[in-house]
Every structure is written in structure tokens, then in C-alpha cells.
Design a protein around this ligand. Structure first.
Ligand code: PLP
Length: 410
């Protein structure tokens, strides 16, 4: 154990004894979680192990500070240190991903997606509508102007990957606010290859004319061509929004480059920090300069006070991801997924899309006469933690499922 890790471990042990004096059940559950994590093989595609510096940065008095607003423009006094924290975090995020603008306040991936959606609505709908009404900002609008604006927000269309084939709830699922807020149409995958069919997507987008085209996934074991996605978005006048929550680590680690790197092609990108990126639990948004001032309005539009301690931990995680070791880690994640997929295929396991070229493998366990739920618990009994997941058009529904998703980031 390095000196740093051993000091950290001592600090944690002391912290736990302090917690124990107040609520022993919490101290015990925390200790037990560490023991469980170390005693099992974690293969959950959306989880990871944050480093000790990241974990330690979250457990500080920065948590006590309210800092609504943006750097240098806060609605509370005494935010000078949070200003430093937020500036450092955004600087690292911009440098790490080569983005024009970064916003690190969202508390989670869903928050980041909501900030992104509202920023796009503000930029594409609200700003032209305000200009047409001769208003400078929303405060100048009358109640009836507001009614018109609200209606035009509601009439917007979003097109994202269907939850059935690996998209996320926030990409327009009917029981998520994204599916209620917008008219939505989802795109699927080719029934034979189970891959995104870009020609079909283009044809559907021409017909549906979305304001927002969403690219990104939670359970699609392949890379996406963002150049093609941008061409489709441009062709139909949509804003390209990429949710890279799952694969941000592979972008940061330069496994996804060229047309597989979303940053040069997307107008707005949202992400989590805690999955393949290996940071604290949280979210962030990247954008072109054109969308920057709309994203900056994440608070008060969607968020309240930022979690200053978590923004600090994001800064540490981004700094870690800028080191050469992170690129080695990220390529190992992709190599391990490929090796795992090859091993499974050799043993006769059916894989969605026939393999992987990212960080996850989706097993179709139906041919073994199992549901995903049965396979998930059998694996858990063997000390392997995974999660059951639907396969495309799953006959067993979202609770029992026919699939198991295995990921290599942890
Ligand atoms: N976007 C995608 C693609 C995800 O897979 C997830 C989480 O699973 C999220 C967003 C939401 O992240 P969070 O759980 O941090 O809100």
C-alpha cells in the first residue's frame, strides 16, 4: 500500500469510529460495504471504484457551503473558495475533453440531461421567441406571452434510442419526464444485426423532424458514429445532444477518437462522472460556445445550490483522467470487454450484437432457459455482481428480463 493510501485508510478508520459513536448502524454498513466490494467481483457496467483522493475530497466542509449561481456571480456571500473549486473543475473538464465550455454543477446524470434539455429549449425556442416579442429576458414577458412560450416548449420533439434496445429513460421514455415534456419518437436497432441503422434513423428523422436528436445509451455494446449522427441532425435541423454517461471514460482515455468522439460533433454533451470516468457520483455538461450561456442557467432552471464538495471531487477525478495512466486504464477496459465477450462466445453464450467494442457485454441468457433475474442471482451467489437487463424486444419484460449486462470499468 502506498503512503498516501495507508494514511487515507487510517483517516477513514478514525472517521468511522467518530460516526460509530453517533449511529453505529451507519458505521457498520459503511464498513460492510467495503468488505462486500472487496470480496466480490463487481462487473456492473455503470459502476466503478473512485480513488481515495476522490473519495476524500467529497468528505469535507466544502459540503457546508451554499453557492447558487455561477463563478463570480453567486447569490450567497463567502463563495471565494467554491469559485476556485468550480473554476478548476471546469478548466479540467474543458481540457480533458477538448470542449469549448463545461458546466460541473449537475448532481447526477439525470440532472445533467435536464440541464441540457432546458438549455437547448432556451437556445432554440426561448431566445428567438423573446426576440420576436421584443423582450430581453423572460422577466419581461406578460402572462399571455408566457402561455405562448410554454405551448411552444411543449410542442417540441425529441428522438432518442429506445429503452428497449439500450437507450436511457431520459431519452424520451414514456414514464420519464423527457417522454412527457416532449413529443417523442425512439429509434431502434436493426432486427438482424442489432446495430444502429443510420439510414433508417435518417429516414425516420426526416419524417419526425426532431428539435433534439439524442445519441448515447446505457446497454448498447457498440460504438456510435457521431459524425453520422451530426449529419442526420443537420439534415433535419436538430440539435445533436450526446449523453455519454456510460462511455465518458473511454472518451477521456482516448479509446473513442475521430468519429467516435462525440465532442467535435455534438452541440451539447451531458455525462455522469461516476461510471467509466471513475469520479464521484455526479454529472456535468459540455457544450459549444453557442449553447454556453443557456447551460449556465442550469441553476435556477433545474438545479439549486451546487454540491461544492462533489464539484471539488470532480476536479480531482478530471485531473486524474488527464494523466497518462488513465488512458492505459481506459484501453484496458475496452480490451477486457472484448476478451470477456470472446470467452463467452467460445462457451456458446449468445451476445446481443454478437460482441462488443466498448465497455459492456449484453448476454442473452434465454437459450439457457433462464431469465435475466435468475442469471443475475446465480452469478451473485458465485460472488459476481452484475445486473439483469432487457435484451432488444425482451419477451420477459423489464423486471425479469432475458439479459445480463456485464461491464468492465470496475
Ligand atoms: N444517462 C445514461 C445513459 C445512464 O446510463 C444513466 C444512469 O444509469 C443516466 C443518464 C443517469 O445517471 P444518474 O443515475 O446519475 O442520474
Amino acid at each position: 500500500m502506498s503512503d498516501l493510501a495507508s494514511t487515507a485508510s487510517q483517516i477513514y478508520q478514525s472517521a468511522l469510529s467518530v460516526i460509530e459513536a453517533i449511529e453505529p448502524r451507519i458505521a457498520n454498513a459503511t464498513r460492510q460495504e467495503l468488505a462486500d466490494q472487496r470480496a466480490s467481483l463487481k462487473l456492473i457496467a455503470s459502476e466503478n471504484y473512485a480513488s481515495l483522493p476522490v473519495l476524500m475530497t467529497m468528505g469535507t466542509w466544502l459540503s457546508d457551503k451554499y453557492a447558487e449561481g455561477t463563478v463570480g456571480h453567486r447569490f450567497y456571500a463567502g463563495c471565494q473558495n467554491v469559485d476556485v473549486v468550480e473554476s478548476v473543475a471546469t478548466e479540467h473538464a474543458r481540457e480533458l475533453f477538448g470542449a469549448e465550455y463545461a458546466y460541473v454543477q449537475p448532481h447526477s446524470g439525470i440532472d445533467a440531461n435536464l440541464v441540457a434539455y432546458w438549455a437547448i429549449l432556451q437556445h432554440r425556442i426561448e431566445s428567438p421567441a423573446l426576440a420576436a416579442l421584443g423582450a430581453k429576458n423572460v422577466n419581461d414577458l406578460s402572462e399571455s406571452d408566457w402561455e405562448t412560450l410554454r405551448r411552444s416548449f411543449n410542442e417540441q420533439r425529441v428522438m432518442g434510442m429506445s429503452l428497449d434496445v439500450g437507450g436511457h429513460l431520459t431519452h424520451g421514455f414514456r414514464h420519464n419526464i423527457s417522454g412527457k415534456m416532449f413529443h417523442q419518437k425512439s429509434y431502434g436497432t436493426d432486427p438482424q444485426t442489432q446495430l444502429i441503422d443510420y439510414d433508417k434513423l435518417l429516414a425516420d428523422a426526416r419524417e419526425f423532424k426532431p428539435l433534439i436528436l439524442v445519441a448515447g445509451y446505457s446497454a448498447y455494446p457498440r460504438r456510435v458514429n457521431f459524425a453520422k449522427m451530426r449529419e442526420i441532425a443537420d439534415e433535419v435541423g436538430a440539435t445533436l445532444f450526446v449523453d455519454m454517461a456510460h462511455f465518458a471514460g473511454l472518451v477521456a482515455g482516448k479509446v473513442f477518437t475521430g468519429e467516435e468522439d462525440p465532442i467535435p460533433y455534438a452541440h451539447v454533451v451531458a455525462s455522469t462522472t461516476h461510471k467509466s470516468l471513475r469520479g464521484p457520483r455526479g454529472g456535468f455538461v459540455l457544450a459549444t460556445q453557442e449553447y454556453a450561456s443557456s447551460v449556465d442557467r442550469g441553476c435556477p432552471m433545474v438545479l439549486g445550490g451546487p454540491l461544492s464538495h462533489v464539484m471539488a471531487a470532480k476536479a480531482v477525478a478530471f485531473a486524474e483522467a488527464r494523466r497518462p495512466e488513465f488512458a492505459t486504464y481506459a484501453s484496458a477496459v475496452a480490451d477486457n470487454a472484448k476478451t470477456l465477450a470472446e470467452g463467452l462466445l467460445r462457451r456458446g453464450v449468445q451476445l446481443v450484437t454478437g460482441g462488443t467494442d466498448n465497455h459492456l457485454v449484453l448476454l442473452d441468457v434465454g437459450s439457457f432457459g433462464l431469465t435475466g433475474r435468475q442469471a443475475e442471482s446465480a452469478l451473485l451467489d458465485s460472488g459476481i455482481v452484475t445486473n439483469r437487463n432487457s435484451v432488444p424486444h425482451d419477451p420477459n419484460g423489464a423486471w425479469y428480463t432475458t439479459g445480463v449486462r456485464i461491464g468492465t470499468p470496475p
